[in-house]
Design a protein around this ligand. Structure first.
Ligand code: MRU
Length: 377
């Protein structure tokens, strides 16, 4: 299968041949098989998000935007309170599908602000489509801008050291996790395309292996040199001077710069701090949650089925298999995310530039967040 960031479709889009359906890349089969799935109802979209057919903070936000388009389609013949209630219920189901990434809520609430109160079904549907497409288009533009800001960090390291820049990432904050470009990967693609020599350490990201399966595949398709490592190898590489910087994505970032990201990110940040390795989080503004200050206390952490830990997912003779890796009868727990406190974050790369992980610096770039701040703690 050969697809690349140049040729791939978006991760989710309205079927051009049948606008009553939304198409999405079936991410659970990648990189071994490429398949597109057709999603026809808002409930089906919520299930696709919960089951990780579509995944990644930006991508599930955009998917929720299109889920609300499907809800507007279902509510086409309704008016008044009936229509508004229908949309609110569909939005609540979408929002509940995964708890940590705030992009979901952000997209649903944006749609509700635009749609509630529109009495005419066709007008409501046209607006839902326009908003969903705008969310997707803005995601593309934000990720492209993140790439340009992050490029300067990589360029500075290359000009200072005169050698290949070794970047570490975790999970998949690539184009598959958004609509295109990605966040953590956008500066890597931009640097590579600018001729700056880079090499990426990709941690496999147990239990779902988004690094091994998705990030390694994405980087390979783009021709970016990379090496897969076991998650536990990160600290060792940093101790031995093999990592110039870390760039990860985020699923929710508080107004003071606490960064929720895939489980295991926090341990990398601690090792980075211990070894003087700069640690950046790259995220679009839709990933900020300005209503929260204390991420460790307040960001909801998804807990997924324990079988993702007791079993691995592998590709064998053309099929996905889930062989058991834990001793029979072993209890397991499966937290999807962790929170890296702001004190361990060197900088936050977003579409408006690079801020320090502090409320003052984030508000300087996003003064509009001031209206949503929590009361002082
Ligand atoms: O595969 P997911 O949806 O469980 O993981 C979410 C993520 O994609 C990562 O945490 C990522 O680094 C955040 S940026 C999309």
């Amino acid at each position: 299968m050969s697809r690349s960031t140049e040729t791939a479709p978006r991760t989710v889009w309205i079927d051009p041949d049948d606008p009553t359906a939304v198409l999405a890349i079936e991410q659970r089969l990648l990189p071994f098989e490429y398949e597109e799935v057709s999603i026809r109802t808002a409930d089906e979209m919520a299930a696709a998000i919960a089951d990780m057919v579509v995944r990644g903070a930006g991508c599930i936000g955009v998917s929720a935007g299109y889920g609300m388009y499907l809800a507007a389609l279902e509510a086409r013949d309704l008016s008044g309170d009936d229509a508004d209630d229908y949309l609110r219920r569909a939005g609540a189901v979408l929002e509940a599908s995964r708890p940590t990434a705030v992009n979901l809520t952000w997209a649903v609430q944006r749609q509700l602000r635009e749609l509630v109160g529109i009495d005419h079904g066709d007008e409501r549907l046209a607006k839902a489509r326009q908003v969903a497409d705008a969310i997707a288009d803005e995601d593309v533009a934000m990720c492209a801008a993140i790439g340009q800001h992050g490029l300067e960090v990589i360029r500075e390291i290359h000009e200072r050291t005169g050698r290949t820049v070794n970047i570490m990432t975790h999970c998949n904050a690539g184009w598959l996790a958004f609509v295109s470009h990605g966040t953590a990967t956008a500066p890597m693609y931009a640097a590579f395309d600018a001729g700056i020599p880079i090499h990426v350490w990709v941690s496999e990201t147990r239990p779902r292996n988004q690094g091994a399966r998705l990030t390694a595949w994405e980087l390979g398709q783009h021709g970016v040199p990379h090496t897969l490592i076991a998650d536990n190898a990160a600290g060792h590489l940093m101790q031995h001077g093999q990592v110039d910087l870390i760039i990860v994505g985020s699923d929710r970032t508080t107004v003071n710069g606490d960064v929720a990201n895939k489980i295991g990110t926090y341990m990398k940040a601690i090792a980075a701090d211990d070894n003087g390795v700069p640690f950046y989080a790259a995220l679009p503004s839709s990933t900020f949650d300005p209503t929260l200050r204390d991420g460790v206390a307040n960001i909801p952490i998804e807990e997924r089925d324990a079988t993702e830990v007791t079993n691995a997912t592998a590709w064998f003779e053309g099929h996905q298999i889930e062989p058991r890796v834990a001793a029979p009868g072993t209890e397991a727990v499966n937290f999807g995310f962790d929170v890296t406190p702001a004190r361990l974050v060197t900088g936050i790369i977003s579409e408006r530039g690079i801020s320090e992980a502090s409320e003052e610096s984030i508000l300087a770039l996003y003064p509009e967040f001031a209206a949503s701040l929590p009361s002082p703690e």
